[in-house]
Write a protein that binds this ligand. Sequence first.
Ligand SMILES: *[C@@H]1O[C@H](CO)[C@@H](O)[C@H](O)[C@H]1NC(C)=O
Ligand SMILES: *[C@@H]1O[C@H](CO)[C@@H](O)[C@H](O)[C@H]1NC(C)=O
Ligand SMILES: *[C@@H]1O[C@H](CO)[C@@H](O)[C@H](O)[C@H]1NC(C)=O
Ligand SMILES: *[C@@H]1O[C@H](CO)[C@@H](O)[C@H](O)[C@H]1NC(C)=O
Ligand SMILES: *[C@@H]1O[C@H](CO)[C@@H](O)[C@H](O)[C@H]1NC(C)=O
Ligand SMILES: *[C@@H]1O[C@H](CO)[C@@H](O)[C@H](O)[C@H]1NC(C)=O
Ligand SMILES: *[C@@H]1O[C@H](CO)[C@@H](O)[C@H](O)[C@H]1NC(C)=O
Ligand SMILES: *[C@@H]1O[C@H](CO)[C@@H](O)[C@H](O)[C@H]1NC(C)=O
Length: 454
Amino acid sequence: MRQLWIVWTLGILTLQECFTGTEYNGVIILEITPQNEKEVQCLQNILQSWLLDIWKPLQPENINVKATVRVRIPSTALQLVKEDLLHCSQSLEILIDNVKHIAGNKTETKETRSKKSITEYNYTTYHPMNEIYDWMNEIAKNHSDLVTQHLLGLTYESRPMQYLKISQPSVRHKKIVWIDCGIHAREWIAPAFCQWFVKEIVQNYQNDQRIRKILQSLDIYVLPVLNIDGYIYSWTKERLWRKNRSQYGNGTCYGVDLNRNFNVSWCTHRSSTNCSSNSFCGSSPVSEPETRAVVEFVESRQSDIVCFLTIHSYSQLILTPNGYSAGLSRNYNESLKVAQMAASAMEKTHGTKYRAGPFSKLLYEASGTSQDWVHDLGIDFSFTLELRDNGSHKFTLPEDQIQPTCEETMAGVMTIIKYVNDKYFPNKAPSTVFDCSINILIFNTVLQFSVLFS
Ligand SMILES: *[C@@H]1O[C@H](CO)[C@@H](O)[C@H](O)[C@H]1NC(C)=O
Ligand SMILES: *[C@@H]1O[C@H](CO)[C@@H](O)[C@H](O)[C@H]1NC(C)=O
Ligand SMILES: *[C@@H]1O[C@H](CO)[C@@H](O)[C@H](O)[C@H]1NC(C)=O
Ligand SMILES: *[C@@H]1O[C@H](CO)[C@@H](O)[C@H](O)[C@H]1NC(C)=O
Ligand SMILES: *[C@@H]1O[C@H](CO)[C@@H](O)[C@H](O)[C@H]1NC(C)=O
Ligand SMILES: *[C@@H]1O[C@H](CO)[C@@H](O)[C@H](O)[C@H]1NC(C)=O
Ligand SMILES: *[C@@H]1O[C@H](CO)[C@@H](O)[C@H](O)[C@H]1NC(C)=O
Ligand SMILES: *[C@@H]1O[C@H](CO)[C@@H](O)[C@H](O)[C@H]1NC(C)=O
């Protein structure tokens, strides 16, 4: 009876989360490291039956001996869950006891912004991180049919890296498009674009045939701010900060250029081993927690990811791989064609010129970029987008350019996604309305029969 009650209570909690979107108010993350196969199985059983949000690895099947498992648990369920998990393994630790507290550590300028949640979110202004966290909560809550929020990892300063998954419910096995923004702190237009992108999708997907068609086969994962610590630092201390905030040299210098920290020709081209440098590549490949979080995700979904976009500023470029050699990348001709199509769609929007070409030719040589690491894994469509401007304002793009920049970038990004969708899912025309009505038909029939025969 007690068992039943526990399961029932947790069921309600899970459902509640479902309906209200994910809130990190009093949420706890537990870390458990199973020591043997028996503990692994025990954990798998418990986590599966409770439908808890497993943060690492992404699927219970991938839990392994001696590999740390992280699970997010509503604080109200802590006692019950903890008790049962302790039956599995003694190696249980409470990693963060209140994510909201850490996420919202209000060191940021909040001043005149306290009224915001009543008014509409303003997409044509730059937002500090605490507002972006709130925005993520709200957009997931407001559009729970389409958008869910998930944890990717923790930053160096223990802030949760959250991403939004845009996914239309479907029985199909879908492929993934990844978009990250803000790997470099000072490039504020990038997070602004990620937010704009999500807004556009949720506002238009019901009426826009192109978006509907894409979402039939593709889920889109958006990480609005990758380098959260650095972003906050750029708001509070140093507007032009680029890197993360890890400490090196006995605290004499800070920060790794996260886009030099991936494991691809690491630290060989235009990267520095001097931790004061803006292109410091880190102490080893994937030394940084932010990089590691992205790598773990991409590796775990490697066979599903069909397109990887990383958004930067400035220079107005659509870059194909690679940065670490003058050689052309695997599917260069096709990548270039797609990049050119995107650049042309972007130019059509407001007349802004974007150039398309290989990273090392159009920008500079650079090794250890996420784009190249992902491409080397076998993901063909991997692009870096450098948004406005062309050098007049550089990283401090005026707010009155947020809207036109986002509009043209939207056109470019949708061009790329459409190309990828058409390539991987040619001639898939059936509309979801059709799928849906079939489902409803079956459901009704079953319902009628069950009523008849009950
Ligand atoms: C958040 O604020 C608390 C209290 O001011 C402080 O103890 C803690 O170190 C801060 N955490 C971070 C990650 O800044
Ligand atoms: C969520 O919905 C509320 C109520 O309609 C609205 O005021 C708010 O602006 C929405 N938030 C976002 C981020 O769309
Ligand atoms: C949004 O922010 C921009 C830039 O600060 C401002 O010009 C605009 O009036 C704001 N829009 C609304 C609706 O508040
Ligand atoms: C860091 O400080 C310790 C103790 O002050 C010293 O022994 C060590 O050599 C220093 N390391 C570096 C890299 O400066
Ligand atoms: C980096 O890649 C090399 C070669 O593929 C591999 O041997 C090494 O283990 C990788 N390092 C990390 C930290 O992933
Ligand atoms: C590291 O870079 C800083 C800043 O550019 C410079 O002042 C310093 O001399 C460099 N240190 C070494 C050992 O090159
Ligand atoms: C790529 O395009 C160039 C020039 O159009 C052509 O010479 C080359 O054969 C193409 N490469 C591949 C692999 O199709
Ligand atoms: C940048 O763009 C502006 C407006 O399109 C143009 O007037 C200016 O000449 C461009 N500057 C450079 C360096 O290309």
